[in-house]
Design a protein around this ligand. Sequence first.
Ligand SMILES: C[S@@+](CC[C@H](N)C(=O)[O-])C[C@H]1O[C@@H](n2cnc3c(N)ncnc32)[C@H](O)[C@@H]1O
Length: 479
Amino acid sequence: MLRGQSCATIRAMQKTKKTQANSASVTADTTKPRRARTTSKPISTDTAKPRPTVMRPAAPKPRSVKTPAKGFSAKDEAAKPRRIGTKMSRLLASNVAPVKPAIKPVAQAPRHEGSSAALTHWLLYCRPGFEQDCTQEAVGQARSQRPVLAEQPGIIPDSGYAIVAINEQTLSYRELIFARQLIRLHHIIEELPERDRLTPVLAAINELTGTFSEIWLEVPDTNDGKTLSAFTRRFGPLLETALRAQGRLLPVEVEAGRSDAAEAKKLPRLHIFFPDKSSALIGTSDPYNSASSLMGIVRQSMPAEAPSRSTLKLAEAIEVFLDKSEQTRLLRSGMTAVDLGAAPGGWSWQMVRRGIRVTAVDNGPMKGVLEKHPLVEHLKQDGFKFQPKKAVDWLLCDMVDKPAKVAELIGDWFVNGWCRHSIFNLKLPMKQRVTALDAALNGIRSRLDIEGISYKLIAKQLYHDREEITVFLSKTKNR
Ligand SMILES: C[S@@+](CC[C@H](N)C(=O)[O-])C[C@H]1O[C@@H](n2cnc3c(N)ncnc32)[C@H](O)[C@@H]1O
């Protein structure tokens, strides 16, 4: 039987993180165990003791969240994300029954009409440094669906992930800008023994029901996370073999594209996320409501001919926002594009390589192959004042300016019918990022709504985005 023990999960994870951060040895050797632990041993499949703690994530001890006496008036306060740093353990582990749900705080709180008071824990991956935005957005989305019995999100600054506990309701991955991945969290395992990580991980998986389409072993997108990759490469095959032997993973033949492959793809994916070597978070994702790439990252390699690394942003945006058939249909040779803030030409290059003619607007110089490209007309003009003589298929915009100003410009282009599709960047302000983005994107939405223009809008902070997000906006058929 799996044993729970109180409150130590994330604290332990964080202690490890601190130790790693303070240690000069955390640079290259990913396989060496830490000195504080026992001797260096490879990962083995033997079932050694001591038994680690497998924990069902429970709701936090609401230390700074007042339990509302009546009704549900404290929900907004409770839902506000905070940087609680090393106190994250409170968030997850107050009631550590082995595998049974532990929902103590909500059970104590007054129930909102129709609420079962059960909480769902979500594990979200994000760009390190954006944990606060990621959780604020997720809780905001949950709140927009119905009143939220949310707990303070668990945030470890710069960790590349966050955990939110909200009502038993589903978040929509597509609507989240900062979340790279959306995973329903089922178990937290702490103090994984160095000599046998497999047994406890398998034990936790055995508490879940059903079959999984695939298993992904993941780590945070941080320097510490990178040092774990060698470990996951060795551990992954061991775990996969064990799960296949138990019939918990799809048989290989189905994966290889036999007749029932489409059905099989609908099964949940299993995620084992290692914040560090001694803890694991076990969750599942819905293939229709999550990113379809490992760690939620769509990597791109730098094309030698492209004039700037910015080209990777647009390449990733095309992969993330358009499925294969949309890429073929919407990015055809002979189409036209305007690229505002085009220099030195990384985005324009993505267009011309597909045979699309580009008007590149920028006072700066186009470089490399784009300097004198037959498909490129370079205009040294102000992108905010430029107006096309004829409507184009695509508007690209990578000018660095306030999100509100860029959003207004994009709205103008769509309302005036100057383009059909657009990919543009919104640079993030230092503070109130979620609020500023909401205002900018809602500004565009309401203008298009007023004009009766049907559209599809998806916004994401992509892997190649830094202090910015990328937006895809496309006119769909008229109402
Ligand atoms: C981030 S860079 C664009 C990089 C480009 N997308 C690429 O792939 O190479 C931003 C560009 O916007 C241009 N820019 C900024 N404000 C502008 C404006 N008002 N009109 C035209 N270009 C502008 C800058 O000159 C700069 O070249």
